[in-house]
Design a binder for this molecule. Structure first.
Ligand code: URA
Length: 434
């Protein structure tokens, strides 16, 4: 039997590891048969050398099988989920999950918290007073069978190896690796027992993969893991150069999600929600074309079915459903500061990364793991890139609580807004599709 030491050395020197090497190493780590420093050494070697397709397949499969893999009875409703690689103002999962349930899918959505300058679905849902994201797996599965949708956080039973590896990667400079990110995300998603997955890989200033080239590489790698596991995969690469929609910040994003579910045309957000639903409808043969899928998805937004399901979801998970009729019951920041156009022209840039960082500075994100989030603070965007602006018109409204935090946010927003004299095109929302 090969020593763990030799396995690390092989990866360091660029030799392909066998399936047995990988499973022994990873399961050995989970059983505490080897140490954090040995695991960290292998992770760093993977970061530098990458994984071959064969290695990646075994690596992802071992992570997936490190915990429970959920299953659902076959009742004609496909089990699907969506994953976004994260961005600023990206609240699509919140209207999409009930919309998919309204379209006849089952959606066991296990989401994450904010990471760096990006927001997390769980934190956003928790801005609804009383909403519980910590259901046990039995209640989770029961709710999916009864309602078609549940939205919860990571549990100890799902892909526990990822939990251990992620914590280690976070402190050893080994997060930014395409095969490690792809296997981490896909192991958790596949463990939900899904038959299909919509992947939204973000690209641009506010995305983790800023360059299109890197976004494509991550998208291809995740798609390959899903396809090898026999899942239907729909993959979009979408713009994250400006914040998505007209709102960023937890309670603001819930209010915007409710507007989408009411059938309102929220710039970018309604279109992307409908597009993602349509991709899954086509992938499962429920719609003949993307246009037909989009029409069907819009119908479920306009006829109130998706909103009614969201109301039941909120109720089932302990949240106050009155926020749906009266979003002013969501946490509200007491003060507003406006950033205005310095000249007439066309809005050419609202830097998503600066907005995300400024949100964290306002208290709407975590600097340390244990920090509490202020769900009330946020930013709204009366103007979107490509729109004409007149000197003095508000471009960003900052909803804040504390003057010192506002000052910190303003510093981070320096240079985030640009106004061009000539007309500019808005960014292409869907920049690619695999
Ligand atoms: N999100 C994850 O779940 N895993 C990663 O490795 C990176 C982002």
């Amino acid at each position: 039997m090969r020593l763990f030491y030799d396995i690390i050395g092989d990866k360091r020197d660029g030799r392909e590891l066998s399936a047995d090497d990988i499973t022994r190493f990873l399961t050995g780590y989970l059983r505490d048969e080897l140490t954090d420093y040995q695991m960290s050494a292998l992770l760093m070697a993977v970061c530098i050398r990458g994984l071959t397709p064969a290695e990646l397949s075994v690596w992802a499969d071992t992570m997936l099988r490190s915990g429970q893999v959920l299953s659902f009875p076959d009742d004609g409703r496909p089990v699907v989920d969506k994953h976004s690689t994260g961005g600023v103002g990206d609240k699509i999962s919140i209207p999409l999950a009930p919309l998919l349930a309204a379209l006849g899918f089952r959606v066991p959505m296990i989401s994450g918290r904010g990471l760096g300058h990006t927001g997390g679905t769980l934190d956003k849902l928790e801005s609804i007073p009383g909403f519980r994201v910590g259901l046990d797996l039995d209640s989770f599965k029961r709710q999916i069978q009864e309602l078609g949708v549940s939205m919860i956080g990571q549990t100890a039973e799902i892909a526990p190896l990822d939990r251990r590896l992620y914590a280690l990667r976070d402190v050893t400079g080994t997060v930014e690796s395409v095969p490690l990110i792809a296997s981490s995300i896909m192991s958790k998603k596949l463990a939900e027992g899904i038959e299909g997955l919509l992947l939204d890989v973000k690209t641009g200033d506010g995305a983790f993969m800023r360059e299109m080239r890197d976004a494509k590489r991550l998208a291809r790698t995740m798609k390959a893991i899903g396809a090898r596991a026999g899942r239907k995969m729909a993959v979009l690469i979408t713009d994250m150069s400006e914040p998505l929609g007209r709102a960023a910040g937890h309670a603001h994003e819930i209010a915007e999600s409710i507007a989408v579910l009411r059938g309102e045309e929220v710039p970018q957000v309604t279109a992307l929600t409908v597009r993602q639903a349509a991709e899954l409808l086509v992938a499962f043969g429920r719609s003949k074309s993307r246009a037909a899928g989009e029409q069907e998805a819009r119908r479920r937004l306009f006829d109130g079915t998706a909103l009614a399901l969201f109301r039941r979801l909120v109720e089932r998970q302990g949240g106050d459903p009155r926020v749906i009729d009266d979003p002013s019951l969501l946490p509200q920041a007491p003060q507003v500061h406006e950033l205005t156009a310095v000249r007439d022209g066309h809005l050419s840039r609202v830097g998503a990364r600066a907005v995300g960082k400024a949100l964290v500075a306002l208290g709407g994100g975590r600097v340390r793991k244990e920090d509490a989030i202020d769900a009330a603070v946020g930013m709204t965007f009366p103007k979107k890139v490509g729109e004409p602006v007149v000197k003095g018109e508000p471009v960003i409204r900052i909803h804040y609580r504390d003057r010192a935090r506002l000052d910190a946010a303003l510093e981070l927003l320096t240079g985030a807004i640009e106004i061009a004299l000539r007309p500019v095109l808005p960014p292409e929302l869907v920049a690619g599709r695999l």
